[in-house]
Design a protein around this ligand. Sequence first.
Ligand SMILES: NC(=O)C1=CN([C@@H]2O[C@H](COP(=O)(O)OP(=O)(O)OC[C@H]3O[C@@H](n4cnc5c(N)ncnc54)[C@H](OP(=O)(O)O)[C@@H]3O)[C@@H](O)[C@H]2O)C=CC1
Ligand SMILES: Nc1nc2c(c(=O)[nH]1)N=C([C@H](O)[C@@H](O)CO)CN2
Length: 239
Amino acid sequence: MDNAIVITGGGQRLGLALAKALHSKLTPVVITYRTERESIAELQKLGITCIKADFSTDAGIDDFNQYIQNHYSSLKAVIHNASDWLAESTTVSASVTMQTMMQVHVQAPYQLNLAFQPLLENYYQQNLSTASIIHLTDFVVDKGSKKHIAYAASKAALANLTLSFSALLAPKVKVNSIAPSLLMFNESDSESYKQKTLQKSLMQIAPGEIEGVEAVQYLLNSRYITGHTLHLNGGRHLV
Ligand SMILES: NC(=O)C1=CN([C@@H]2O[C@H](COP(=O)(O)OP(=O)(O)OC[C@H]3O[C@@H](n4cnc5c(N)ncnc54)[C@H](OP(=O)(O)O)[C@@H]3O)[C@@H](O)[C@H]2O)C=CC1
Ligand SMILES: Nc1nc2c(c(=O)[nH]1)N=C([C@H](O)[C@@H](O)CO)CN2
């Protein structure tokens, strides 16, 4: 199959919204997921290919790469959305926390970008239009986070991959980051946490998945933007 869009972590929230928004007969979407959810069957009914993949090991990354190499000859885009928002804790060692964060946020995008380079360049050759890599980073790349230290460091490394891969792959492939501060809360978030978090930005809302979907569509449609970080932070940097 040709011209596919790969979205990692497409089983819920932003990845799920991206899959539904971007899938079409001309640009079929492939998502990865780890956890069985009703959403997976919903996506399969829409014709979206759902591949179970756990990037916590290099073997898991290799297996997904092999699937793509065996089934696709060109890729329009790869969206590295898969992520674990791990905080430092007393139950998980610092070493395991950092290793876990670097594995999903850096090893997986790094290894898959290198593996998918020929497929992305094939898209350019076949369509005379740039292919795309999009890294989902985070506002904390520029600020750090005292409660998610390893998470923030790994997202900063991911942001640096954007700079290196944009230089390596231009002009056939654009490589950009999207850095949200807050898109949507988690079900476990308390009302007090939500209010405290909303106060941190000028806009004081959680904009929802649609803000991320529209940012991705903007970058996919560009012929010129690369090496860039699109900040979705509601003016948080000015508070
Ligand atoms: N939500 C927000 O407000 C913000 C989000 N971001 C970033 O935006 C992106 C989307 O956020 P959100 O939708 O909340 O993300 P989620 O927390 O919902 O994570 C997305 C998916 O990543 C998958 N995933 C986690 N670890 C692994 C792994 N080791 N291997 C494979 N898949 C894995 C999970 O799959 P499964 O469920 O199938 O196990 C999960 O559904 C993320 O990169 C996030 O860091 C940044 C700032 C704010
Ligand atoms: N993988 C995830 N990363 C992040 C999440 C999330 O739910 N999953 N959430 C946030 C928060 O929105 C934080 O930015 C404000 O509470 C950050 N990253």
